[in-house]
Ligand binder design. Structure first.
Ligand code: NI
Length: 173
């Protein structure tokens, strides 16, 4: 299976608001599977469609480890997340395949639910997602709104990485 090229910070597609998927097609399922392969190859735990140049509401996630007995890939079309009532804010270090070599703490809700359409066209809901999964769901869905984790880092981290980000953006068309 061919892998996608991953778009890097500074590419306009990463700032686009993605369109909802009205109708699931075999082509879209194929794209999702290709995104999963691209994510495993990188390696990463999540990938959103704009990161491979597509402005559609599609993310793929697998927070299991390659050495785990079973992997647990999720393909999510039109995903929407909500904070659970007993959620607390959590600070956690994030990175992004589109923003290489930068890792910063971001504070986000610790417990969320997510609704989406899966690769069979079925409406699904995952409740009480925590830890890396909760983190990843929010990070990937941000991508669908043109938001990157570096938009949410502290002022001091922003100062620290400003020139690195500028240089990264300059290398993009
Ligand atoms: Ni990302």
């Amino acid at each position: 299976m061919d892998l996608f090229d991953i778009k890097i910070y500074g590419d306009d597609v990463l700032r686009k608001k993605c369109k909802p998927v009205e109708k699931l097609t075999p082509e879209l399922v194929e794209i999702a599977k290709q995104m999963l392969e691209t994510m495993y190859d990188a390696p990463g735990v999540g990938l959103a469609a704009p990161q491979v140049g597509l402005d559609i509401q599609l993310v793929v996630i697998d927070v299991t480890h390659p050495d785990d007995d079973e992997r647990c890939p999720y393909i999510m079309f039109n995903p929407e997340w909500k904070e659970e009532e007993d959620s607390e804010p959590v600070e956690f270090e994030e990175g992004c395949l589109s923003v290489p070599d930068i890792f910063c703490n971001v504070t986000r809700p610790g417990k969320v639910s997510v609704r989406y359409m899966d690769e069979h066209g079925e409406q699904k809901e995952l409740r009480n997602c925590e830890g890396l999964l909760a983190r990843c769901i929010q990070h990937e869905i941000d991508h669908l709104n043109g938001v990157l984790f570096v938009d949410k880092i502290s002022q001091s981290d922003r100062m620290l990485y400003q020139s690195k980000l500028r240089k990264m953006a300059k290398t993009q068309g």
